[in-house]
Design a protein around this ligand. Structure first.
Ligand code: ZN
Length: 424
């Protein structure tokens, strides 16, 4: 079997929407991972992080007062002593998942390691309660299959989050299958390593970190070699002339702006404020989901039909400063589209090449390869079609750029021994 020589172990995060209930138990008396329990674990994570950091800060102050070097060694053993004392002082900490307690500590140690690493130039760790953190998470390690998919008493599939209990979820068939395999102790082809529970825009997610053996699929049918130009009026243009239009997100954006304004007007904590916040989060989720879905579908289409993909590493940040471009680009986040494309290509063993940012893909005539400087610069971005002054070929700006990106990509491809297929 040819394919097995290329087998590799893949580590991947899969994100699944979960629906925690208000009650701690369901009608059948089974323990459920309720909103309360999840929020309490998120809170405990922050509490431990902050208390340990406060302890270290006080210790540093003492060292400085007595004229010592303030470099405190922050490692597992020193933090575990602090955690032990905290647990005696605050009995409620015992309610948290032990691995989520340890995770807070591990994150704090990492923050100090980053701070002491001079190459990284990281800041001194800050208290989570004082920082306006938008990340509300905690992590549970999978020990003895305590994180898995299981059936409840009514025989519905639920996610079990260790001692927190079971929770309803929604996901694709493919992800569900992977998790079922990962939950079977006799099946070692998929392993669930840990799960991170997070809250984003009022919705809860379980991010499973899984490891599985990937066997490359065999190629069927003729595949394209494509160059892709990321645009602003369109999401992308492919060198074969196909266009991927931008997604219409007007309704979502209007509502997001509307409820954002409502929140600014209202008093935080009031009923009206909470209602606008709920609606704001709802529309934000809608926008993100719609965009992700659209990107995934288009990425899947490109990857399925291609053997070689070249893109240009666009300078998206400099685009942001250009007024005429910025709005559409921020909504449509081409960076995340390119990242998705790259990951999917790796996943499916499609060759993926990035062409340097400074390559003048729009200015070169893809026919005679001569440069036409008249269409360079953001000022000339409105020129959609042009004729080459040298060979008189007629070009669509974006398709021409995509063709050049493909040619440059083929030139730069990693395995130099490969046969270069000429484009017509
Ligand atoms: Zn030409």
């Amino acid at each position: 079997m040819d394919g097995f020589e290329n087998m590799e172990v893949v580590n991947k995060n899969i994100e699944i929407r979960i629906y925690p209930t208000k009650m701690d138990k369901n009608d059948n008396g089974e323990k459920t991972a309720s909103i309360n329990k999840i929020e309490s674990n998120i809170g405990i994570y922050r509490f431990i992080y902050d208390e340990e950091l406060e302890f270290i800060n006080n210790f540093r102050r003492l060292l400085i007062q007595h004229g010592y070097d303030d470099k405190v060694k922050v490692n597992d053993s020193s933090c575990s002593v602090i955690l032990k004392m905290l647990r005696q002082q605050y009995p409620f900490l015992k309610k948290a998942e032990s691995s989520s307690r340890q995770q807070a500590q591990r994150d704090l140690i990492n923050a100090f390691n980053r701070f002491y690493n001079h190459d990284l130039k990281s800041n001194y760790p800050v208290l989570k309660t004082r920082k306006k953190v938008k990340k509300f998470t905690f992590r549970i390690m999978n020990n003895n299959n305590n994180v898995r998919i299981t059936k409840d008493k009514k025989r519905y599939y639920k996610i079990k989050l260790a001692k927190l209990g079971i929770v309803k979820f929604k996901t694709s068939k493919k992800y569900k299958e992977l998790l079922i395999q990962g939950s079977d102790p006799n099946d070692s082809s998929v392993i669930i390593k840990h799960v991170t529970v997070k809250r984003v825009n009022d919705a809860y997610y379980a991010v499973f970190n899984i490891e599985y053996i990937h066997i490359p699929e065999t190629i069927t049918g003729p595949l394209m070699q494509v160059g892709i130009d990321i645009g602003c009026s369109k999401l992308a243009v492919i060198s074969n002339g196909e266009e991927i239009p931008n997604l219409d997100l007007n309704e979502e954006t209007e509502n997001i702006i509307r409820y954002q304004k409502d929140m600014d007007r209202r008093k935080p904590g009031s009923i009206r404020y909470e209602e606008s916040r709920r609606l704001y989060n709802k529309w934000m989720r809608k926008l993100i989901n719609k965009r992700e879905d659209y990107y995934n579908k288009n990425v899947a289409y490109i990857v399925k039909n291609s053997s070689f993909v070249a893109v240009q590493n666009e300078n998206v940040i400099s685009w942001k400063h250009n007024k005429c471009l910025s709005h559409g680009i921020q909504l449509n986040a081409p960076r995340s589209f390119l990242d998705k494309l790259e990951r999917k290509c790796e996943d499916k063993d499609v060759e993926f090449v990035k062409v340097p940012r400074n390559f003048p893909s729009t200015q070169i005539c893809s026919n005679c390869k001569k440069r036409n400087k008249k269409i360079s610069g953001l000022g000339n971005i409105k020129i959609r079609d042009w004729d080459c002054p040298h060979c008189h070929a007629h070009h669509n700006r974006d398709v021409n750029a995509a063709k050049n990106i493909l040619d440059k990509g083929l030139e730069n491809r990693r395995d130099d021994g490969a046969v270069k297929i000429p484009q017509n």
